[in-house]
Design a protein around this ligand. Structure first.
Ligand code: AMP
Ligand code: ZN
Length: 112
């Protein structure tokens, strides 16, 4: 499968990792939109939020256990934002489920 983030998981494409275990990888976004911009992904390939099912949804709750730990380690004490873009209209450019952690400044309230 020609998936950029699967290649990052496999180590075929380098990344700046901030967290890794058997199920999840987090790494710095190559084009940061905030002082801290991290992507959290499941190691298993799921295309996006639109491909979450009863069979694979446990990884999502696990990712949301990991996210606050990363945020704490990054010193995002004032808060942060978690975003997942879905499909073309949602602005998703990589079809492997990922959650953006954005922080390190007061973020704009613009949502769309
Ligand atoms: P999205 O547009 O929501 O699908 O997010 C994809 C994100 O992946 C974008 O913010 C890109 O900057 C980021 N990205 C693309 N290629 C890489 C890479 N090789 N390493 C790290 N981040 C990447
Ligand atoms: Zn993938």
């Amino acid at each position: 499968m020609d998936c950029l983030f699967c290649k990052i998981v496999a180590g075929e494409i380098p990344s700046t990792k901030v967290f890794e275990d058997d199920r999840v990888l987090a790494f710095r976004d190559i084009a940061p939109m905030a002082p801290t911009h991290i992507l959290v992904i499941p190691k298993q390939h799921i295309a996006g939020v639109d491909e979450i099912t009863p069979e694979n949804s446990a990884i999502v709750s696990y990712i949301f256990e990991v996210i606050p730990k990363i945020a704490k380690a990054e010193g995002l004490d004032g808060g942060y934002r978690v975003v997942s873009n879905i499909g073309e209209d949602g602005g998703q450019t990589v079809r492997h489920l990922h959650f953006h952690i954005l922080g390190g400044k007061k973020l704009s309230n613009e949502m769309a």
